[in-house]
Write a protein that binds this ligand. Sequence first.
Ligand code: APR
Length: 248
Amino acid sequence: MNFPESLIERLRQARRIVALTGAGISAESGLATFRDAQTGLWSKYRPEEIATAEAFQRDPKFVQDWYARRRQNALKSMPNAGHLALAKMEQRAPEFLLVTQNVDGLHQRAGSKQMVELHGNIHRFRCFENDCASENFDVENGRCRSCGGHLRPGVVWFGEMLPVDAIQTAVEAAESSEVFFSIGTSSLVYPAADLWRRAKNNGAVVVEINKDPTPLTPLADYSFLGKAGEILPEFARQIWIRQSGGAD
Ligand code: APR
């Protein structure tokens, strides 16, 4: 795939790059996305049945088991070329922030460090009843040892607030970015789906990489429809390898 020279040049000159990712970047690692109808996680259950405090209150074991399966799937999967390309971008760009909606931990395993997890992390736990700070958890049996309560996944559920520091960091970075990538996300869930606009309103170039069109597609400066695991490594190659002239 050949990218417009103007975009490659812009990326070479860019000091501050922000990349927002969604479930699509983990699809090539074998993890189901949320809204891809044929395989989406929600194809079996509606979000309200699982990813809410009410669902957990109603049947903690059912919700704990669903997340335990997703946790195992995440641990069994490997970061793909898209994750690795973003970790490389972080090493090469003067300033780079990864903002992910994903909770699978694959970006960290690919080497990304400068990142915020807007929706938490499935490999972390919290005490559901009292949010006990001690983190004295019996993960095996899904219980908090401090108060005997249930363990919930350390992710943001529907109807819950996002971690304030994470969204604040993401907004500030988007507003000061020169290039903003939106990768593997349907751009439907807010406030993540609003970050590109904040970047654009402050003069950033907005680049979408997604398998299917989204509401952002007609509004982005550039939109590449395809697999992140194929497009991102090609981007990194054309920006930095050709520049340095040598092999990576
Ligand atoms: N490469 C690039 N994009 C892909 C790929 C791929 N290999 N495979 C799928 N996609 C795209 C799909 O076209 C879709 O637009 O990834 C997007 C995934 O969209 P969703 O399933 O809606 O996932 P996401 O955007 O991350 O959802 C946002 O919604 O349910 C909540 O908290 C959950 O974080 C999630 C949030």
